[in-house]
Ligand binder design. Structure first.
Ligand SMILES: NC(=O)c1ccc[n+]([C@@H]2O[C@H](COP(=O)([O-])OP(=O)(O)OC[C@H]3O[C@@H](n4cnc5c(N)ncnc54)[C@H](OP(=O)(O)O)[C@@H]3O)[C@@H](O)[C@H]2O)c1
Length: 268
């Protein structure tokens, strides 16, 4: 594997480093990181055996690819020396809301730029990441991108104009699912269960159903119908969901998040 440099060593960078090493896609000696003012980079290096770079030139000297994994608002404060130091390298950004054009302007000498939108389950290798590239990728760069993003879970390549929709669905989606779990828990409590039992039942139901969906060739509606006998308990519950406009609520949720993503990325 080529040398990969991480600018930022927080949750997402740690997940990528962990995934790259545990899958065998990279050795610790292939990877280096640098952080900001706290000790995240030191901790990541100590925990995984990757190199803690002492400076940006040290970080990038041998790197083929640079992963931008700091906070989006830290992009404009990154050291100006990076313009020259990233020359000829592949730059992969996971910064939410930063358009590829903006990344390309910040690193004008990069040989190519990739923008990716991962999600929080990526922290346990169960994520899905939507991504796009500035220019068509060479075979070598494609395998670097696939290895880095594959360390977080599944990947889907699409055009950049769709990344706002990806942000709204899979980027924000874990929060919708967490909210759904909390709502199920509260409903379970209202139905007489203890909070603890209700939470456990809610979490395992979501987990099991998601696994079943992922393994099945049937669509969600078909699986739903398999659980729903005519005029039975599930039918009674689903009728209520329909009457209260569940699908419309989810539609409005995703569109509101998509529109906010467009707004935020316009702000730069
Ligand atoms: N978490 C998610 O699920 C998720 C999903 C989609 C996209 N993202 C994107 O992923 C990126 C990272 O998120 P995260 O949750 O991993 O953040 P995080 O845990 O807060 O980590 C941010 C890292 O950036 C470092 N940093 C700060 N200033 C820096 C600088 N000037 N130079 C180099 N490194 C610097 C921090 O180092 P110190 O601690 O030493 O200051 C820290 O290691 C964000 O841009 C976010 O938009 C995250």
């Amino acid at each position: 594997m080529s040398n990969i440099a991480f600018i930022g060593a927080g949750r997402m960078a740690s997940a990528m480093v962990g995934g790259l090493i545990s899958s065998g896609a990279a050795r610790p000696s292939d990877l280096a990181c640098i952080g900001g003012n706290d000790d995240t980079a030191k901790h990541l290096a100590e925990a995984t055996g990757i190199r803690l770079a002492g400076s940006l030139p040290d970080l990038l000297a041998k790197a083929e690819a640079v992963v931008l994994a700091c906070k989006p608002q830290q992009l404009s404060g990154l050291d100006a020396s990076l313009v020259a130091l990233t020359g000829g390298k592949l730059v992969l950004s996971i910064l939410a809301g930063k358009r590829i054009e903006r990344i390309a302007q910040t690193f004008p000498g990069a040989r190519n730029v990739v923008r990716a939108m991962p999600n929080t389950p990526g922290q346990i290798g169960a994520g899905i990441t939507g991504w796009c590239s500035l220019r068509p990728l060479s075979d070598g760069d494609r395998s670097i991108v696939t290895a880095i993003l594959g360390s977080l879970g599944k990947t889907v390549e699409l055009q950049e104009s769709l990344l706002d929709a990806v942000t709204a669905l899979s980027g924000s989606g874990p929060a919708y699912v967490f909210e759904f779990a909390a709502a199920l828990r509260e409903a379970g409590v209202a139905a007489g269960l203890t909070r603890e039992a209700a939470y456990s039942l809610a979490v395992e139901t979501i987990l099991g159903s998601a696994k079943l969906m992922a393994r099945s060739t049937a669509e969600a509606e078909e699986l739903r119908n398999q659980v729903t006998s005519p005029n039975g308990t599930t039918y009674a519950g689903l009728k209520r969901m329909e009457a209260r406009g569940f699908r419309d609520t989810i539609l409005e949720t995703v569109i509101a998040a998509r529109d906010r993503s467009i707004e935020l990325s316009r702000e730069g």
